[in-house]
Ligand binder design. Structure first.
Ligand code: SF4
Length: 104
């Protein structure tokens, strides 16, 4: 363990990070992280990362046939996300309160 980190440990083996440091890792106060030693050094990983980003696929319809696409290996019928399901998703994300980004 690096000297910097060992100096930051409290008696219970916890490290307190500034809000700026937490923000850079997408974490907030009270979030726990896992410290893993790798061949390239120490890596900090969120222990139970809050949901920060959601990818929504509003439809599986596509007029292309990319060879690497997962659509090449599935037999599911093409479908669209219903408006009701979308509204439930939005309501659930609002209730969770952690999601910062949604990509379509
Ligand atoms: S990867 Fe699949 S879904 Fe994306 S453009 Fe290609 S065929 Fe369409």
């Amino acid at each position: 363990m690096s000297r910097y980190l060992s100096e930051k440990l409290d008696g219970a083996g916890r490290i307190t990070l500034s809000e700026e440091q937490l923000g850079r890792m997408g974490l907030g106060p009270g979030d726990e992280i896992l410290l893993r030693e790798t061949a390239n050094g120490l890596v900090l990983l969120p222990l139970d990362p809050p949901l920060r980003k959601v990818y929504v696929e509003p439809t599986t319809r596509c007029n292309l046939q990319c060879p690497m696409c997962m659509r090449q290996s599935w037999d599911e019928p093409l479908a669209d996300l219903s408006w009701e399901a979308y509204e439930r998703l939005i309501a659930g994300l609002q209730e969770m309160g952690t999601c910062r980004r949604m990509s379509f």
